[in-house]
Design a protein around this ligand. Structure first.
Ligand SMILES: O=C1O[C@H](COP(=O)(O)O)[C@@H](O)[C@H](O)[C@H]1O
Length: 247
């Protein structure tokens, strides 16, 4: 794993840098195999990135979009990660419908919905059940409790070693989520973190001796590149490319 940490002066610079990395990863993947697979994060932080990507002229027919996690709500619900990305970006560009691969919530059972999405994922990548698909790029955020995707602190899903898609648990509410081994198989994982409310969690995530299960973002160690982009308010006490605190 190659790890990079960058503290950007503000949220606009964070989004600009994230877009540069994304576009570069897309170009590399498309050149190598004629398509690119990207998993999106939900929440508020990546929304301006998606809005900015909506204004780019990219080879949309070669870009395949997935989500790293989804709230257990219908696709038209205001909390839906899919809805946010569609409204901010995907509905505004000429990406073919078949290139969009949401975690469909059928409301039968979270386990069934997770298993359905796992099957779709394995079919798309042509990967058998013992292996994990390799994403070109997975975007992630963190919560102020140290969760990432829907991998919440001290929950059973953190121990998952076989499934690629599983059920996360946000204090009793189910969510569908990529598992740690799926994320760690990626060529590139890009964390976007903004806001002073993330500082305490970052301290623990970057600490040499904190508990991985209490701060699940610590479990993310992809075989490829790991990028942490922090805005000034979140990353105030970190030096670029140095995981130790400066004060
Ligand atoms: O619930 C979620 O939260 C995290 C972080 O969201 P943010 O609004 O603080 O950026 C997000 O990465 C995850 O995808 C989402 O479902």
């Amino acid at each position: 794993m190659k790890r990079f940490v960058e503290v950007l002066s503000d949220k606009t610079s964070l989004i600009t840098k994230a877009q540069e990395i994304m576009v570069s990863k897309m170009e590399t993947a498309i050149k190598a195999k004629d398509y690119c697979s990207i998993a999106l994060a939900g929440g508020g932080t990546p929304k301006p990135l998606y809005e900015s990507l909506a204004n780019q002229n990219l080879p949309w027919d070669k870009i395949h979009i997935f989500w790293g996690d989804e709230r257990y709500v219908p696709a038209d619900h205001l909390d839906s990660n899919q809805l946010m990305a569609r409204q901010a970006w995907l509905d505004k560009v000429a990406i073919p419908d078949e290139n969009i691969h949401p975690m469909t919530i059928n409301n039968e059972s979270p386990e069934q919905d997770a298993a359905n999405h796992e099957r779709e994922l394995r079919e798309f990548f042509g990967v058998a059940s013992v292996e994990f698909p390799v994403f070109d790029l997975i975007l992630l955020g963190i919560g102020d409790d140290g969760h990432t995707a829907s991998l919440f602190p001290n929950t059973d899903v953190l121990q998952e070693t076989e499934k690629a898609i599983a059920v996360g648990d946000k204090v009793g509410q189910p969510r569908i989520t990529f598992t740690v081994p799926l994320i760690n198989q990626a060529d590139c994982v890009l964390f976007l973190v903004a806001g002073a409310n993330k500082r305490d969690a970052l301290d623990q995530i970057f600490s040499s001796d904190a508990d991985d299960n209490a701060y699940p973002a610590r479990l993310i160690k992809p075989q490829g590149e790991l990028w942490w982009l922090l805005d000034e308010t979140a990353g105030k006490f970190f030096k670029n490319n140095d995981l130790s605190l400066t004060s």
